[in-house]
Design a protein around this ligand. Structure first.
Ligand code: HMG
Ligand code: MG
Length: 297
């Protein structure tokens, strides 16, 4: 049976905007405020990574300083190492996320180190965050396929997910970075992961490159997973995964959940408005079918 409640993790301001033309700090701040007003309780609002690698996220400190904080909202940041963690803490991020991969080739291209080196770099972040009382989320990228390596073995995904859990991540987000998953592959991957990570510690993070994200989300819901990452207007992609389109659009996920009678706390109209706001700034239309259907009201 499907979960009754789902927690949405809005990653548009980070995963989305990291791979779009640069928008102003003020427009990012306005977007985040619109997303919290729409009812999102978790907004990944920036990344404290090298500005040489991802210039779009270079103003994350200013973004965190500019947002109007809602006490019920978690404003999270991506932190690849201690340097990023320190910057996120200084910016008063509510919590942070570390990000590893199930593919060696992607790990090298994305964070310039091997999988085992990345886990070693995360260890001091985990230790410091524990002392500071800051929660850490963990991502595993390339859980179905890798842009450099092709297929990724479910056992590798399970191994990295378990390693992040054992390090102390309270939740592991399984990322289909290049959106190549289909239900059978996703189920095979989930079989392996669910054997070692409890279902209530898992989230899914589907990119919609091949239009399969909603279908795969439905599969994950059937497996009992109740945390879904999504990006307003289907923004973004990944700078180290050529051709990757954005995450599944938050509007489309909300429409699906509404149809299934699953609670999530987000107002669809207000969300769609946020999608039109930011895509207008980017000079394009939302990638969300639901956003397009509702129009720019
Ligand atoms: P590196 O070059 O190996 O790092 O990069 P380094 O430690 O050798 O340092 C080199 C320079 O970077 C130094 O500066 C450091 O100070 C600086 P320099 O002395 O040359 O002037 N540096 C930093 N600057 C700011 N913030 C930091 C930081 N750390 C070092 N935290 C590093 C390693 C990880 C930093 C680099 O590879 C990087 O920033 N990568 C960014 C990767 C990224 O953001 N990718 C996109 C997000 S992941 C994703 O989208 C997938 C996900 O959505 C899930 C999915 O879809 O699968 C999460
Ligand atoms: Mg992603």
């Amino acid at each position: 049976s499907l979960p009754k409640n789902v927690r949405l993790v809005e990653v548009g301001p980070r995963d989305g905007l990291q791979n779009e033309a640069t928008v102003s700090t003020q427009d990012k701040v306005t977007l985040i405020n619109m997303l919290s007003a729409a009812g999102h309780s978790y907004i990944e609002s920036g990344a404290f990574v090298s500005a040489k690698w991802v210039p779009q996220m270079a103003d994350s400190s200013e973004v965190f300083a500019g947002i109007t904080r809602n006490a019920n909202v978690t404003y999270a940041a991506l932190t690849p190492n201690l340097q990023g963690y320190a910057a996120a803490k200084a910016a008063n991020a509510s919590e942070v996320a570390i990000f590893g991969a199930a593919s060696e080739a992607f790990s090298q291209k994305n964070i310039n180190c091997s999988i085992s080196e990345s886990l070693a770099r995360f260890a001091p972040v985990m230790a410091t965050a524990k002392t500071d009382g800051i929660k850490v989320r963990g991502y595993v990228s390339c859980v179905v396929g890798c842009p450099y390596q092709g297929d990724v073995a479910p056992a590798e995904v399970a191994r990295v997910a378990k390693a992040l859990l054992d390090m102390g991540c309270y939740e592991i987000s399984l990322g289909d970075t290049i959106g190549v998953g289909t239900p059978d592959k996703v189920n095979a991957m989930l079989d392996a992961v669910l054997a070692v990570v409890p279902v209530d510690k898992l989230a899914v993070h589907f990119h919609d490159t091949y239009g399969q994200a909603l279908t795969n989300i439905y599969v994950a819901l059937q497996r009992g997973i109740s945390v879904i990452d999504c990006a307003v207007a289907g923004l973004g992609g990944c700078p180290y995964a050529a051709g990757a389109s954005g995450n599944v659009a938050s509007e489309d996920v909300v429409y699906l959940l509404n149809g299934l009678g699953i609670n999530h706390g987000v107002d669809l109209q207000a969300l769609a408005k946020a999608g039109w706001f930011i895509t207008d700034k980017l000079g394009k239309q939302p990638s969300s079918k639901v956003g397009l259907a509702l129009g720019a009201k």
